[in-house]
Design a protein around this ligand. Sequence first.
Ligand code: IMP
Length: 429
Amino acid sequence: MKIDVLLGLQWGDEGKGKIVDVLTPDYDVVARFQGGPNAGHTIEFDGKKFVLHTIPSGVFNPGCINLIGNGVIIDPLILQAEIKKLVQSGIDVTKNLFISRKAHLILPTHRLMDAAQEASKGAAKIGSTLKGIGPTYTDKIARNGIRIGDSCLENFKSRYELQRTRHLKLVKDLDFDYSSYKIDGQDFDAYEKQWLSALEFIKSLQLVDSEYFINEQLAAGKRILAEGAQGTLLDIDFGSYPFVTSSNTTSAGVCSGLGIAPNKVGEVLGIFKAYCTRVGSGPFSTELFDEDGELMRKQGNEFGSTTGRPRRCGWIDLPALKYAVMLNGVTALFMMKADVLDSFERLKLAVAYRYKGEVITHLPFDACTQELEPVYEELPGWKTTLQDMKSANDLPQALQDFIRFIEDYVNVPVKLVSTGPDRLQLIRM
Ligand code: IMP
C-alpha cells in the first residue's frame, strides 16, 4: 500500500478540509504531517460548519483513524478547545485520535515571541497568524524544543521553566511589553494556567510513536491519506521567502512529518481555487484591487477561518500553479470554488510574467523584491449558476474550456470541480 497525499497548491485556504472530508470514506487513516493551529480547515454538512485547526479532517467519519504526526506542532489549549467543540456537537473525537509523541509543543511564550517578532519587523512583517508557529519551529531546529512526549518525563517542569525564562528574555530584548498583550483574549498568566491544565488533558489522549504506528498501518494494508496544511507557495523552502510559514508544506514534508519513506508516496492530489487568495504579506502578482477582487471576496466569503482577516483576491496564476505541480509531483487536480466566478463576464488567467524587460514563465529567485507583471489570457465567463449542477455533462461549455485551458497548461487532469461549500456540491470529471 502507498500513502496518498492531499495538499494545497496556492497560498492555503484552497478548500482542503472539504475534500479530505469527502474522500475519507475511501481511507482508513487520515494524517496531518506539518503546520499547526495556523491552519483552519472548514467543513460544512447538514447545515453545520466546523473549522479544524489541528485535528485531521477525517474526524467526521466514525471509522476513520486520525493521526497528528511528528511534523505537526501542537498548542494543547487550542487542541483541547477543538476537541470540546466537536464533542459538544456529538462527534466522538478521542477514540480514533492518535498523537505523535514527537510532535513539538507550542508554549505560551512562543505565542509572545511571535507577537514580539512581528511587531519588531514593522512594515516588513510576515502577517503571521500569531499562533506561535515560527518560534516553535525555530526552537525545534535549534534543538531547544519540547515535544508532547517530553511532557510525560520527570524533567519536564525544569525544561519548561528554562525555555520560558529564555523566551521572556528574548521578548524583553525586543522591547515588547507583554503585560498588556492578550493571547486569544487573555492575559499571559491566565493563558499559561489554562495551557498547563490543557496539557494534562492532552497527555490523557492516545500518544504514539507515530512513525511505527503509520508504517504498521501501511503494512496492514490500510489506506492512508496525508492531509497538508497551508499551501505550496507558503513552503519554507520554495514559497515566497520570507513571506512563508515555517514548515515544508509540499509532498516532501510527508516523509519527514510522518516518518514514511519516499517510495511509499502514491497519488498526490493537488487542490487549487479557480482564482487566487492570500492572507498576510508577500508578493501576489495577480492581486486585484478593483471591484472584481471585491466580488471574489464577497462571493467566496474570503475571510480567514483562523484569524478572520479579509483575504487578498486575484486571478489564477498558472506559472505558479505549474511550479506547485512540479514540486509536489501532482497526479490529479481538484478545482475549488468555481461557483465564485459564476457572474464574471470575462475571466483572466496569468500565463507568464513580464520581468526585467523579458517575458518568463518561471518564478524568479527575487520574486519578492522585483515586480512580476502578469501576462493574461482571457476566456469568456459561464454566466450561470453552478450551485445545483450534478454531473460533468451539466457544466457549461465556458467552464469546460476554462478547465481544459488549465489542464493543458499544467499537464495534469482536473478530476473534481467544487461548485459550493457543501460536501455534496462536487462534480467528478
Ligand atoms: P504563520 O504560519 O502563522 O507564521 O504565518 C506565516 C504566513 O502564512 C502568513 O502570511 C499567514 O497568513 C500564512 N498562513 C499560515 N497559515 C495559513 C493557512 O492555513 N492558510 C493561509 N495562510 C496561512
